[in-house]
Ligand binder design. Structure first.
Ligand code: SF4
Ligand code: SF4
Ligand code: SF4
Length: 202
């Protein structure tokens, strides 16, 4: 293996490591384990969740929830992310510079945290305490990026209303009940289960 091939191989190894490490952060940091409610619920119980394939990020989720701030948060599926230097979920289209200045950021509450990994890769994570579910970052990511940022109802906050107030006003009927044993919609998982497209389990 010549020097250039070795450097390329090293970069790929590091990038694979970043992805697998980040996947661990996602799964542990946001509690996206399918059985995280084990012992507290049964497969017959249902909770409300957003279908990412239907959500258009209309900002209604930020204000229609009975909770304030909303139980809806942005989540980041690292396996889909491109770790872009110019993240369209982070930077406004006319940003003056690619830095963390408030005027350059899409998020109005500084809830998207940008961290340099290695040239040219950056990791973006969500500080849920600052996120109020407006979906502006997800709109930017889905419009021009890989769509790895999207909205989910977080079940450590949601009180599982008999009728979700957001679902009543959602313009695309993106919110429906899912089994409590599987409370989150991971995009990759849905794509693997429905490779031809179509609606996720509801
Ligand atoms: S109300 Fe519906 S379309 Fe609007 S942000 Fe919420 S889930 Fe998405
Ligand atoms: S832009 Fe909105 S949805 Fe995205 S992290 Fe900030 S507050 Fe949350
Ligand atoms: S079920 Fe209730 S608490 Fe949960 S997201 Fe809907 S309105 Fe908010």
């Amino acid at each position: 293996m010549d020097k250039e091939q070795k450097n390329s191989s090293d970069r790929m190894t590091r990038r694979s490591f970043i992805r697998s490490s980040a996947r661990g952060v996602l799964l542990t940091g946001t509690g996206w384990t399918l059985g995280y409610l084990g012992g507290r619920g049964t497969a017959e119980e249902w909770v409300w969740q957003i279908d990412p394939s239907k959500c258009i990020y209309c900002e209604n989720c930020a204000t229609a929830c009975v909770l304030s701030p909303s139980a809806v948060k942005c989540v980041h599926e690292f396996e889909i992310c491109g770790y872009c230097r110019l993240c369209t979920g982070f930077f406004v289209p006319d940003s003056i510079a690619l830095d963390e200045s408030a005027e350059n950021q899409v998020c109005p509450t500084n809830a998207v945290v940008r961290k340099f990994i290695e040239d040219p890769y950056y990791q973006y994570s969500i500080n849920e305490d600052n996120c109020f579910g407006c979906g502006r970052c997800a709109l930017g990511c889905n419009a021009f990026g890989n769509g790895s940022l999207y909205l989910q109802i977080r079940h450590d906050r949601c009180v599982n209303c008999n009728q979700c107030a957001i679902a009543l006003t959602c313009p695309t009927e993106a919110i429906r009940r899912v089994p409590k044993s599987r409370p989150y919609d991971k995009k990759l998982q849905v794509q693997e289960e429905n490779p031809q497209g179509g609606e996720s389990e509801a």
